[in-house]
Design a protein around this ligand. Structure first.
Ligand code: SF4
Ligand code: SF4
Length: 103
């Protein structure tokens, strides 16, 4: 991948080694919107529209508050949507981001 410049919150946790638990550093989502986000938002642009800054880490809005990003989602499907997106983006799995940052 060609060198890119991304803006990342100064309080964001440092990117962990590949395979370590996700710590919400946000690097992957700041660099490129994932397939779930691309399908929903019809964009690859970065940062992903669903990327949330939580004051100490980034979170995926599709997992945290899907109804905020999918206006047509019935309230009764918010829970299943969270589960679906959680699985889809493999949240909670080890970090599979191999992007190397230069500061
Ligand atoms: S998957 Fe990796 S790069 Fe993406 S937010 Fe989690 S720790 Fe950061
Ligand atoms: S949909 Fe969630 S996991 Fe995918 S790029 Fe956006 S914030 Fe990241």
């Amino acid at each position: 991948m060609a060198a890119r410049t991304i803006r990342i919150h100064r309080e964001a946790p440092a990117q962990p080694p590949s395979g370590a638990p996700c710590n919400g550093c946000g690097v992957c989502c700041l660099v490129e919107t994932c397939p779930a986000g691309r399908m929903l938002f019809r964009t690859r642009q970065d940062p992903c529209p669903a990327l949330l800054w939580r004051g100490f880490r980034y979170d995926c809005g599709l997992v945290a508050t899907p109804a905020d990003f999918i206006g047509w989602l019935p309230a009764m499907l918010a829970g299943p949507a969270q589960t679906l997106f959680h699985r889809w983006i493999a949240a909670g799995k080890g970090c599979d981001c191999d992007i190397e940052l230069e500061h």
